[in-house]
Design a protein around this ligand. Structure first.
Ligand code: HAM
Length: 422
């Protein structure tokens, strides 16, 4: 057996993990400043949740789920996305009675059995937000604004925001009828999937990847022309709230999104750098989902962003992320003093500093080299004399300057003298 990570998955090695931590922390920090709180939901759910939540006409449910029977013969599925699980938790814990709006964020790995491509994995990570209880257009504009602020904060430019409205169930019926009327004469020339979509959900015909079907989709009627007055007004207000924040967008009437739960506003942040599908982030309003899954009538809006695609975009725009910073102090030691060095490092770490020491029994010369390689701010050689006298000479790596100080005072000294001190 070839012991490799399964196709479509990848190990996140320390260098990449450091970059991801940076992206995740920036997201967490921004979400907290916007008043969002974290939610974590299980990695797997009962399959039925996704079939009912994401929708059985979506590709995600029809083709891409990792579904299995557990030992009690229950059908479980590794989450292909986060919204359904968060909505399930919202209902299960009676969050509709919590102060509204409830603003949640998450950082979760997802699983989809998809064809491997650039920016497309079978296990991938999403950073997402879901807002419950707010039907106002400002909620749509807030989540989009949060994303815009996030990209700007990372120094990313030129990611295109595309928005659309796909209406409410009422005006969607009129639109579906118009779509069926358009597609009906062409049906015999369309792919098998679209033949099924025609009856089940003709909206899905619009994002078919088959050449002949996608050519036809270009001439199909668009939902924007069939919006009811309320949906039209909502969309206008969303656009005005985006304008007020100075956010540029393009109205793309072809965005339908691949999941079935959306109502009204849908949006994507797209870029040519992240693979053929180009979407770094997708989201929208889903006013009917909480009710459909057995909860009260609670409106909601949210998004999820693919971390791997975000990293591709960062790379393409030449934005290098911070590498792991070196320790504030490296304490070189001899075999007789290695435990003292460890104790000193531990005490500095407890004071909020970073410190490393040798665990390999290497020569002092080799330890100096290691300290240099890891980018330590200061170095101290701790011999028996230093341990006995309680003082040592600390050297600043940047300029070689030295100072002799009490070992007990090193913490204070480092706090006052280290690079980038707060
Ligand atoms: P989605 O468009 O299916 O939406 O996925 C959101 C993002 O996840 C995509 O824009 C992409 O960056 C990333 N993504 C999707 N599939 C893959 C894959 N196979 N490999 C790598 N990245 C991928 C949702 O999941 C909705 N739950 C978003 C949402 C939240 N809508 C409302 N609330």
């Amino acid at each position: 057996m070839d012991l490799k990570a399964p196709r479509g998955t990848k190990d996140i090695l320390p260098k990449e993990a450091t970059k991801r931590q940076y992206l995740e922390r920036a997201f967490e920090d921004l979400c907290h400043r916007y008043g969002y709180e974290e939610i974590r939901v299980p990695t797997f759910e009962y399959t039925e949740l996704f079939v009912r939540g994401v929708g059985d006409s979506s590709d995600v449910v029809r083709k891409e789920m990792y579904t299995f029977q557990d030992k009690s013969d229950r059908s479980l599925t590794l989450r292909p996305e986060g919204t359904a699980g968060v909505v399930r938790a919202f209902i299960e814990h009676g969050m509709a009675s919590w102060p509204a709006p409830l603003k949640l964020w998450y950082k979760l790995n997802m699983f989809r059995y998809e064809k491997m491509q650039k920016g497309r994995y079978r296990e991938f990570w999403q950073l997402g937000c879901e807002v419950f209880g707010a039907s106002a257009s400002t909620a749509d504009a807030e989540v989009i604004g949060l994303l815009d602020a996030y990209f700007a904060g990372l120094g990313l430019e030129g990611i295109r925001l595309e928005i659309n409205s796909i209406g409410c169930p009422a005006c969607r019926e009129t639109y579906k009828a118009a779509l069926r009327a358009y597609y009906e004469p062409e049906l015999p020339h369309m792919c098998e999937d679209c033949q099924v979509r025609f009856t089940r959900n003709p909206l899905r015909m619009l994002d078919c990847k088959e050449d002949s079907c996608s050519r036809l989709a270009e001439g199909a009627p668009v939902q924007l022309d069939y919006l009811c007055d309320d949906c039209k007004e909502h969309f206008t207000l969303v656009r005005q709230a985006l304008d007020k924040q100075g956010i540029h967008y393009l109205v793309n009437p072809r965005i339908v999104r691949g999941l079935d739960y959306y109502t009204r506003t849908v949006f994507e942040f797209v870029s040519e750098n992240v693979g053929t599908q180009g979407s770094i982030c997708g989201g929208g309003r889903y006013d009917g989902l909480v009710h459909e899954l057995g909860g009260p009538d609670v409106p909601a809006v949210g998004f999820a962003m693919g971390v791997e695609r975000l990293m591709l975009e960062m790379e393409a725009q030449g934005i290098t992320l911070v590498e792991k910073p070196g320790p504030d102090l490296y304490i070189a030691s001899f075999s007789a003093t290695s435990a003292d060095a460890l104790a000193l490092a531990a005490s500095l770490i407890r004071q909020g500093l970073s410190a490393e020491t040798d665990l390999m029994g290497r020569s002092v010369r080799a330890q100096m080299k290691a300290a240099d390689r890891m980018g330590a701010g200061f170095i101290l050689v701790l011999g028996e004399e230093e341990v006995t006298s309680g003082q040592g000479t600390i050297r600043k790596m940047a300029d070689g300057s030295e100072e002799t100080i009490l070992l007990d005072a090193i913490g204070t000294y480092l706090k006052e003298n280290k690079e980038g001190k707060p």
